[in-house]
Every structure is written in structure tokens, then in C-alpha cells.
Design a protein around this ligand. Structure first.
Ligand code: NDP
Length: 356
């Protein structure tokens, strides 16, 4: 016997029509019968695809997980969507030595595992899932996940972070975490008394170069032009620092290394074509960050660099009920502990918003 159900495909139906020598009216009746027979199944599938939550947290770095710890303890039953890189930027670092509470330091991935366990202990629902669309025009806010599920959220905490820009060299990838770093404040300490190089010409590179200069014997600052982009004050500081040597008009072409990690950086002068090898054990990339806000464009107010704008001293965005925490709204501090701090603020603000 032929079973009518959603398993019947269009081609099967056409074969059925041909074989049965059906006329147009019969076909129409057949379609209607099929539609009504599969309706309960369709409704069930649709309701399974739509879910409601009081608090949706997008992102799973220190900001997202800390927001989840506070939101869960406030009984908001938060859902965390982990995104493309569960655990965030810290999962691609090695030792974290500056997060309070770890006297002997901690591996970045381990710290993120611990944070996840901590927020799950209070009942947070942590899930794999990528946000593929948002509608913030009315509450509850509508968030599409993996293009198949809809979450209706009373409040949203955006903690999608920022991604460091990389040069794109194979050798840079190879030595990431064993000499190559995207954060001098985090990793500079490991290169005390050694020679290091940093690439970039903006405020971050200038600030990190002067920070490194206090710890390291020598700092090469590689910049692709002969003028820094950094503010005048920072330029002045860099150029006045005795152990910073500018490598102008140059770009790194290869990171050199062996089993011990980085042993040098090969640079090329863009104007003269001259190659130079800098003997360094640490290589810091400071060519900017991109906030992960592409999906929110047009839905929430961003600054001219694409970071989410928040009210001073708060995580409130221009939309009531939506909060932003961590690097997605902070291009200045960019530390795990500041991200965690703003995650806490966001959860408290979300709780008070729901209670008001
Ligand atoms: P920026 O975008 O300002 O600077 C990036 C630097 O990296 C530029 O000098 C750029 O060169 C260089 N660069 C970009 N891509 C490459 C590449 N592929 N190869 C080599 N070099 C490259 O980023 P920052 O992170 O420095 O700063 C971001 C924002 O944060 C800025 O507005 C800055 O002012 C602000 N900030 C402020 C601080 C403060 O006030 N204390 C501290 C840190 C940041 P080029 O100049 O040729 O384009």
C-alpha cells in the first residue's frame, strides 16, 4: 500500500501520477490529502525549531562565560551559543599568566574549559551553534541559529569578541604559541631579557613596543611605511625609546624557527628589495583587530571601526535589552579579565532590565 507522508518526493509523486494515469483534478486532490496528512508533523517540526529564552548569550570567550555564570545564578536560565571558535581567542594562546587567581599561570584552553564547566554548574545551556541572522527590531529578539533554528530572546548579551589580524604567512601559523603571539601584554613576560620583533605601525603596536622595551633587551619594530599611524604622543614615545629600533618600509616575509620555537624573522624592504634577518626569539603581530560584528550590521549601533557602541560605564547598547561585553565593544583594553568584568556587568544589567 502506498503511504502518504512527507517521505514522498515530488518525483515519486510524478511517477505515481503517470502510472495511475491521473487527471489534473485527481492530482490536486492527491496534493491536498498529502498536505493535510503531513500537517501535524510539519507543525511539530516548526515548534521544535522555535525556542524561547530569557537570556541568550552569543559568544563563549571570558565575557560570554562570565555573563553566563552571573545570569545562571540570577535564575535567567541562559543559553550560550559558542560560535565558530568555542572558548574564543584564549583557546589559541598557551600560558595565561595575568588572570587573577592562577598563581602558577594556566593554559588558555584549560581556563576556557574551566569557565565553561563553571557556568554549566549553575545550569547554563552551552551549545554549539552559529548565529546566522538577527532581528533586533522588536522584543523578543529573533535570532536564527545555523540557518535552521529560531531563538526568541527577551535579552541578548553579545560577546562575540574580536579577531586579531594575521599576516597570513605559513611560518607565522606554524610558530603561533611558540614564539609568535598576537598579544604583547599577555606574552611579553616570557621574553624578558631577549630580543624580539613586533610588526605594525598603529597605536597598539606602538604601545606594545614600548611595553616590550621595558622587559626585553631589544625590540625591532617592523612597519611597512616610513611613518607611523600611531598618535603623535605614541610615536614620540617609540622613537625616544633607546632599545626600540625601527625597521622602516619593511614587511616580514618569513618567521624562522626550529624545535625550540622562533629564532628569527626575515624581512624585506619594500623600496629597496633588501632582505634582512632579525635574530629574535619572540615575534608579535600588532596589525589590528576586527570585531566580530558582521552579522549585527544594520541592527545595532557600531562605531566607525565596527565595534558595538555601549553607554559609558555600562554594557547597554542603543537597543534596550541588548548588551555587549568583551572585545566586541572594547578596542582599548582587550584583556581576558576586562572581558570577564564586562560579562559580569552585562548579566547584572540584563537581570535588572528584566526585573524593571
Ligand atoms: P590600526 O588599524 O590603527 O593599525 C594597524 C597597523 O598595522 C597600521 O600601522 C597598518 O599599517 C599595519 N598593518 C595592517 N595590515 C598590515 C599587514 N598586512 N602587514 C603589515 N602591516 C599591516 O590598529 P591598532 O590595533 O593599532 O589600533 C586600533 C584602534 O585602537 C585605533 O583607533 C587606535 O588609535 C586605537 N588604540 C588606541 C590606543 C590608545 O589610545 N592608547 C591603544 C591601542 C589602540 P598602515 O599604517 O600602513 O596602514
Amino acid at each position: 500500500m502506498l503511504r502518504f507522508g512527507s517521505a514522498i518526493t515530488v518525483s515519486q509523486f510524478l511517477v505515481f501520477v503517470q502510472l495511475s494515469n491521473f487527471n489534473f483534478r485527481c492530482s490536486l486532490i492527491f496534493i491536498l490529502i498529502m498536505f493535510f496528512l503531513t500537517l501535524p508533523e510539519k507543525i511539530h517540526t516548526m515548534s521544535e525549531q522555535v525556542e524561547r529564552t530569557k537570556c541568550l548569550i552569543i559568544g563563549s570567550g571570558p565575557a560570554g562565560y562570565t555573563a553566563a555564570i552571573y545570569a545562571a545564578r540570577a535564575d535567567l536560565k541562559p543559553v550560550v551559543l559558542q560560535g565558530m571558535q568555542p572558548g574564543g581567542q584564549l583557546t589559541i594562546t598557551t600560558e595565561v599568566d595575568n588572570f587573577p587567581g592562577y598563581p602558577d599561570g594556566v593554559q588558555g584552553p584549560k581556563m576556557m574549559e574551566d569557565l565553561q564547566k563553571q557556568c554549566e554548574r549553575f545550569g547554563t545551556d552551552v551549545r554549539f551553534g552559529l548565529v546566522t541572522g538577527v532581528d533586533f527590531s522588536q522584543r523578543p529578539f529573533t535570532i536564527s541559529v545555523d540557518e535552521e533554528k529560531i531563538i526568541l530572546a527577551e535579552t541578548v548579551i553579545i560577546a562575540t569578541g574580536a579577531s586579531a589580524k594575521w599576516l597570513g604567512l605559513e611560518s607565522e601559523k606554524k610558530f603561533l604559541g611558540s614564539g609568535v603571539s598576537g598579544c604583547a601584554t599577555c606574552d611579553g613576560f616570557f621574553y624578558r631579557g631577549q630580543d624580539v620583533a613586533i610588526v605594525g605601525g598603529g597605536d597598539t603596536a606602538a604601545e606594545e613596543a614600548t611595553y616590550l622595551a621595558k622587559l626585553c633587551k631589544k625590540v625591532y619594530m617592523i612597519h611597512r611605511r616610513n611613518e607611523l599611524r600611531a598618535s603623535k604622543a605614541m610615536q614620540h614615545k617609540v622613537l625616544q625609546t633607546r632599545n626600540i629600533e625601527m625597521v622602516w618600509d619593511s614587511t616580514p616575509t618569513e618567521v624562522l624557527g626550529d624545535d625550540s620555537g622562533v629564532i628569527g624573522v626575515l624581512t624585506k624592504n619594500i623600496k629597496t628589495g633588501e632582505n634582512r634577518t632579525l635574530e629574535v626569539t619572540g615575534f608579535f603581530i600588532a596589525i589590528g583587530h576586527s570585531p566580530n560584528t558582521g552579522i549585527f550590521k544594520g541592527q545595532i549601533e557600531l562605531d566607525d571601526q565596527g565595534y558595538i557602541k555601549t553607554a559609558p560605564g555600562s554594557t547597554r547598547t542603543n537597543i534596550e535589552g541588548i548588551f555587549a561585553a568583551g572585545d566586541v565593544q572594547d578596542h582599548y583594553y582587550r584583556q581576558a579579565v576586562t572581558a570577564a568584568g564586562t560579562g559580569c556587568m552585562a548579566a547584572i544589567e540584563a537581570e535588572r532590565f528584566l526585573g524593571s
